[in-house]
Structure formats: structure tokens, C-alpha cells
Design a protein around this ligand. Structure first.
Ligand SMILES: Nc1ncnc2c1ncn2[C@@H]1O[C@H](COP(=O)(O)OP(=O)(O)OP(=O)(O)O)[C@@H](O)[C@H]1O
Ligand SMILES: [Mg+2]
Length: 565
């Protein structure tokens, strides 16, 4: 069985791919068993990526957990994907959860569903997707979560979400007769994939071509990691409604306890998400409806000091409250704080094109995916920004990534097996059969990787845009400063002078035998096709064995522990 998992910020989706009787591959979304708000066991295509710790200490993932967030925000963890690759720790009572723990618990639920569906059949490959902009630490955390959930380390592949969504789209297109196809990639085409999900805005420019049975997807530019998604739209509308509520009810914000405020915000966030989906559906049914300015109403029980409150928001109010998210901030971001303030869908696109010097007019197709692309204004705005390109919407933006990942798993395993067989029997034949497709992806690093040994100046070891896999060595450039051990900091950013460079991880390793300070070090590094980084420190003293710095090593990972507010 070939599995794809979209481990999303808000939603997790699992698909499997199987060979169709008349050739080709069919991906199918698996319904995931979970509890709903009434404690009934249900099976749904979407598993909300939310963890709730119930009062008996049980971990609950999914729909029930998402519901409980409104009532017990202090016992739920959501959006933890935003903290992958950091030392964040979420605390609930006396329990501590890292973002890896949360992801591992979500993946465990997926694994259970997969095993139920498989009925004893072996999992051939699990492809887990990550934002294209994820750096090596975020990817390592994702892989770590999969290992913790019990997936076989040799059967995990990690691919970028936009690539997966695009593979699903091409697979769908290949089912159609030529006249009905939306794209023609028989000659090389440039595609900008815009994936606006719950928590990340992922931008990838890729050159694609399908010649014969071979689909080539080559990343040309990857946007910086951008924390922008549906949550930000919900939050903007929530702020508007909460302010209005305070004014209408003559409540001073200072009189509201932080716990009360947090509950109100969470309830309004759920309300605003429903309103957004309502408006989206209305617009899909009838685009003319915008002029009638429909409104969404819902009673929120126990909203303020035990009292219920009827809330309503019109489409116009919603669009005004979220207006800034569709327009460039005009800020030329210099610091991380500036960057955080630039929350809108325009800046990440322009920044990516600028950084990679890509001409906007060279883009043939804009492919919009992710749940937020269902909101009509997003696609409308993309059309305004790229009047010369064809804007295409994914047919099912909530499922495309996991479906594409399953298709990728299928072709990776089946084609590889076929090629292996062919090379054993007839070494010259490597072409897949006519019904099969070969997917060749070329992935590049979104950011450069810098390392720093004992607080010197960070040195670039792998540059931005480096295709992976890749390996290399830095000889004699660093020196031991302490006789007992070594501390290495890893940074990600544009280059060593990037003011937005962020520290990713700090590793400390102890020497087995003391080393004279000043002894040179070699640093060997290797980054695999999944963008999984391994470092090896070789002390040139002929006494100490090399120190391996990667997930499987015993070397303790240290870092400042942040505690969720
Ligand atoms: N019909 C709809 N109209 C508008 N927005 C929608 C609709 N359905 C879902 N969404 C929004 O899409 C977002 C979730 O999208 P998606 O499932 O693609 O995100 P994700 O994969 O969990 O997150 P990410 O890719 O950022 O990690 C949520 O903010 C949700 O409110
Ligand atoms: Mg997503």
C-alpha cells in the first residue's frame, strides 16, 4: 500500500494510491477514525491537527479536540506545526509536549487508520509532506515525529506540499482527453504554486514538463517560511468582532481576565472560520451574491460570564476586517519583527520572485491550492496580481496534497521496483511501461545553512538554492575552544550576512578524551533527498572518534526552552 500524509497546521489528511484496472493510478482519501464533539466515534476525511488532554490524562486528537479548544484552550494544543524546528514546549498541567510530540500523536492516529484499512497488507512507503519552505530542522522534527509514531524509518519519504498538490493535479489532468486539459506541459512550462493553508503560505516556482511518461518537476524558487494562513484571516475577523462586542456592551478590555479573553477569542475564531466557509460556499453557488452582502449569524453559548451571545457578520464586514491580508504592507522588512508584521498574500510572492530574480511574466500558470484558496477573494487577488498568467484552482484543495503524496509513493516504489527488475534481467531497459508515469523531482533548499562553532561568525556550509541530495566537508576551518567538548549552532537564512538569519538548533557533544584547544576540526555534512541534514565533527587529534550530530545520535540537543503563554 502506498500512503501519503498531509500533516497540516490545521488539518491532517491521509490518502492511499492504487493501480487502476485500465492503467494509471488512483488516489483515495482514507476516512480517519476519531471522536466528535459528542464523544461518538466517527470517520472523516479530515483530522483536525489539534491535541486535547482530557481530565483523565488521555490524549485526544481530531474533531473533539478542536471543539474543546473553545472551552478549554489551556488544555488544547493547535497550530503546533508553526513551532516545528524550535525548542518550544507546550505545557498542560504537569505534562510537557514538544511540537514533535504533538505531530507524533497526530501521526499515530493516522497510522491506526492506515493499519485498519490495510487489513494486514504491508505499508510500502509513507510520503509525508512539509511546506517547501521548511528548513532542515523542521524536516528533521517531522521525520522524528514519524519515527515516534512507529513508522518504519526506511519507508518514510518527505516531499514538499506544493509539489504533491501539483502531482495530484497532473494525475487528474492525465485522465482527461487532450481538449479538456487545463494545462499543456508537453513543452516546458513555469508554474507558480500558491498554497495557502491554515497556517502557512507556501510559494514555489517550478519548471515542469511531461515528455512521454516522464513528469519532471524542478523547483526554481522557494518562498521563505511564511506564517500566514487561514488562522490569520480568522484572527483578523475575531479582533473586529471582539472590539465591537466590547464597545456595544461598554466593557473595558482591562476588566476582562486573560482566561476569559482567551476563551472568547477561541469561540470567536471558530465562529469566524464558519463564517468564512459560509461566504465561500455562497460565492461558489452564486458569485452575484456579493452585491446582496449576505450575513452569517450564530449564537455562541456561554460567551460572556455565562451568557450566550448572538453574533453576526456581513460579507462586507468580513472583507473589511481582513482587507490588509490581501495587500502589500509596503514595509521593506529588515528585521524578523518587520517580517512578522508583513502578513499578507502579496509580499511573500513578490519577495520570492525578487530574491530569485524571476520575471513575473515568465510564469505560465498560477496553481492555487490549500484550504484558503477556496475563499473567492484569494483567487480573485491572484488574478489581479498576474493578469498575464492562467490561474488554476486545485479541484479539491483540502485533499490535493495528501493525494499527490500517495501518488508519489506509488510511483517511487513501483517504478523503482520495475526499473530494478529491468536492470537485473535486461540491464539496458529502464523505461517504465506505457501505463506508468515516472516522476522526477528536483528539490532545492529554500535557505542557506550556516554553522557556528563556539560563537564565532556563522559560516555558510550549504548555500540557498542548492539542489539536494548534497554532501561536502569543511576542512581545518574551525578549531576546538574547550578541552571537554564542542558546541555547534546551526542557522538558516539567505546568507551569512542575513539579518533575518535564525538559529535553528544548538548541539553539544562531549569529547571522549580531552582535546587541546586550537586543535583543528573537520565538519562533514550530508543532506539527503528528504532535506534531512547530518553533520559529523572530526577532531584532528587521532584520539577522539568522530561525533555524529543527527536525530539518531545520543548527542543532547540543547536550546532555550520557550514555554507557551
Ligand atoms: N470552504 C472554505 N472556504 C474558505 N476557507 C476554507 C474552506 N474550507 C477550509 N478553509 C480554510 O482552510 C484552512 C485549512 O486549509 P488546509 O487544510 O489546506 O490547511 P493545512 O494543510 O492544515 O495547513 P498548512 O498547509 O498551512 O500546514 C483553514 O483556515 C480553513 O478555515
Ligand atoms: Mg496544507
Amino acid at each position: 500500500m502506498h500512503i501519503g500524509i498531509d500533516l497540516g497546521t490545521t488539518n491532517t489528511v491521509v490518502s492511499y494510491a492504487k493501480r487502476k484496472a485500465r492503467g494509471g493510478v488512483e488516489p483515495q482519501v482514507m476516512r480517519i477514525t476519531q471522536l466528535d464533539e459528542y464523544n461518538s466515534s466517527i470517520q472523516e476525511e479530515i483530522l483536525p491537527s489539534v491535541l486535547f488532554l482530557d481530565f483523565d490524562g488521555n490524549i485526544v486528537i481530531g474533531k473533539k479536540a478542536k471543539h474543546m479548544k473553545q472551552y478549554h484552550p489551556d488544555r488544547t494544543i493547535s497550530n503546533s506545526k508553526r513551532y516545528m524546528g524550535t525548542s518550544m514546549v507546550f505545557r498542560i498541567e504537569d505534562r510537557a509536549f514538544t511540537p514533535v510530540d504533538v505531530a507524533a500523536n497526530i501521526l499515530k492516529v493516522c497510522k491506526r487508520t492506515i493499519e485498519l484499512n490495510l487489513g494486514g497488507k504491508p505499508v510500502q512507503q509513507v510520503t509525508i509532506t512539509v511546506p517547501a519552505s521548511f528548513n532542515t530542522d523542521q524536516i528533521r522534527d517531522t521525520r522524528n515525529a514519524a519515527l515516534k509514531a512507529g513508522f518504519d524509518p526506511d519507508r518514510i519519504r518527505i516531499i514538499p506540499e506544493p509539489t504533491a498538490a501539483f502531482i495530484d493535479f497532473i494525475n487528474e489532468q492525465s485522465e482527461l482527453v487532450e481538449e479538456d486539459r487545463l494545462v499543456d506541459i508537453s513543452t516546458p512550462k513555469r508554474v507558480l504554486v500558491f498554497d495557502l493553508g491554515g497556517g502557512t503560505c507556501d510559494i514555489v516556482v517550478m519548471d515542469v514538463v511531461q515528455s512521454g511518461n516522464c513528469l519532471k518537476v524542478e523547483e526554481k524558487a522557494v518562498g521563505r517560511y511564511s506564517e500566514l494562513g487561514g488562522i490569520d484571516f480568522d484572527l483578523a475577523a475575531t479582533r473586529y468582532l471582539l472590539q465591537k462586542f466590547f464597545v456595544d456592551n461598554k466593557i473595558k478590555e482591562g476588566d476582562v481576565e486573560p482566561v476569559e479573553q482567551s476563551q472568547m477569542v477561541n469561540k470567536l475564531m471558530a465562529f469566524c472560520e464558519k463564517a468564512k466557509e459560509f461566504f465561500s460556499n455562497q460565492m461558489m453557488l452564486n458569485p452575484e451574491i456579493e452585491s446582496t452582502n449576505p450575513s452569517f449569524k450564530m449564537n455562541i453559548p456561554e460567551f460572556w460570564r455565562g451568557k450566550s451571545q448572538l453574533f453576526s457578520i456581513t460579507l462586507k464586514e468580513y472583507n473589511t476586517a481582513t482587507r490588509d491580508l490581501y495587500h502589500s504592507s509596503g514595509i521593506k522588512a529588515k528585521t524578523i519583527e518587520d517580517y512578522e508584521r508583513c502578513k499578507n498574500i502579496v509580499d511573500p510572492i513578490y519577495e520570492t520572485l525578487e530574491r530569485y530574480e524571476i520575471d513575473k511574466n515568465s510564469i505560465d500558470y498560477i496553481f492555487a491550492t490549500g484550504g484558503m484558496s477556496l475563499y473567492y477573494k484569494v483567487v480573485q487577488r491572484l488574478k489581479e496580481l498576474f493578469p498575464k498568467s492562467q490561474v488554476i484552482k486545485a479541484s479539491n484543495p483540502l485533499e490535493a496534497v495528501s493525494r499527490g503524496a500517495a501518488i508519489f509513493s506509488f510511483y517511487e516504489v513501483e517504478i523503482k521496483r520495475q526499473n530494478e527488475k529491468a536492470s537485473i534481467s535486461k540491464p539496458t531497459i529502464k523505461e517504465p511501461s506505457s501505463a506508468e508515469m515516472e516522476i522526477v523531482t528536483k528539490t532545492v533548499l529554500a535557505e542557506a545553512i550556516m554553522i557556528d562553532v563556539e560563537e564565532g561568525l556563522p559560516r555558510e556550509i550549504i548555500s540557498k538554492n542548492q539542489p539536494v541530495p548534497y554532501k561536502g566537508v569543511i576542512r581545518d576551518s574551525f578549531r576546538v575552544t574547550s578541552p571537554s567538548g564542542i558546541k555547534i549552532d546551526i542557522y538558516a537564512g539567505e546568507d551569512p550576512y542575513d539579518c533575518k538569519m535564525r538559529i535553528q538548533k544548538s548541539f553539544t557533544g562531549n569529547f571522549r578524551s580531552p582535546v587541546t584547544p586550537g586543535t583543528p576540526l573537520d565538519i562533514e555534512y550530508e543532506i539527503d533527498e528528504n532535506k534531512y541534514l547530518k553533520l559529523r565533527v572530526v577532531v584532528k587529534d587521532n584520539m577522539n572518534p568522530p561525533i555524529d550530530l543527527d536525530v539518531d545520535s545520543d548527542v543532547k540537543t540543547v536550546g532555550l526552552e520557550k514555554v507557551k503563554e
